[in-house]
Design a protein around this ligand. Structure first.
Ligand code: CMP
Length: 139
């Protein structure tokens, strides 16, 4: 498996709860390298743009309100099988269903406030990285 890149977001609840350090430690322990990172406080419009694929879902309004409610940390991670590796570290979307020891099982409080986002495939990863970072900003 070649090295690949993925986008991750430590969401407002993760930043607010001061889980950032613990989460980054898990990335690095899992051989994922940080290639870019920035702290942002999204506007509602920016959150809606990022989650545009979910526009028709009944949770879209709550999700975009929440994602624009406080600072987030956005990172590009690189490593072998990075997309699946990150998704394994995150655990299921719903923390009640997340495997023991995963980031969401440890830190998330609900399916909405689920601490972390990770790209779900190579095409999405490319689009999501481009949403937040220019080519010059990714090492
Ligand atoms: P994420 O991996 O960022 O992708 C979409 C987000 O929508 C998801 O994490 C959750 O934060 C949120 N989400 C997904 N399903 C639901 C749901 N049923 N109710 C509320 N929020 C959801």
């Amino acid at each position: 498996m070649d090295s690949e890149r993925t986008l991750t977001i430590i969401k407002p609840d993760g930043v607010e709860q001061r889980n950032v350090g613990d989460i980054i430690k898990k990335f690095e322990e899992s051989q994922l390298r940080i290639k870019a990172a920035k702290m942002l406080h999204l506007t509602r419009e920016q959150a809606e743009g990022f989650y545009a694929v979910h526009r028709e879902r009944n949770f879209f309004n709550d999700l975009t309100r929440y994602m624009s409610s406080g600072p987030i940390l956005v990172l590009v991670l690189e490593g072998e099988n990075a997309i699946d590796r990150l998704r394994d570290l995150m655990g299921a979307t719903d923390p009640k269903k997340a495997a023991k020891g995963t980031i969401r099982q440890l830190y998330a409080t609900s399916i909405e406030k689920n601490v972390i986002h990770g790209s779900d495939g190579p095409v999405t990863a490319k689009t999501e990285i481009g949403y937040f970072f220019s080519a010059l900003e990714v090492l």
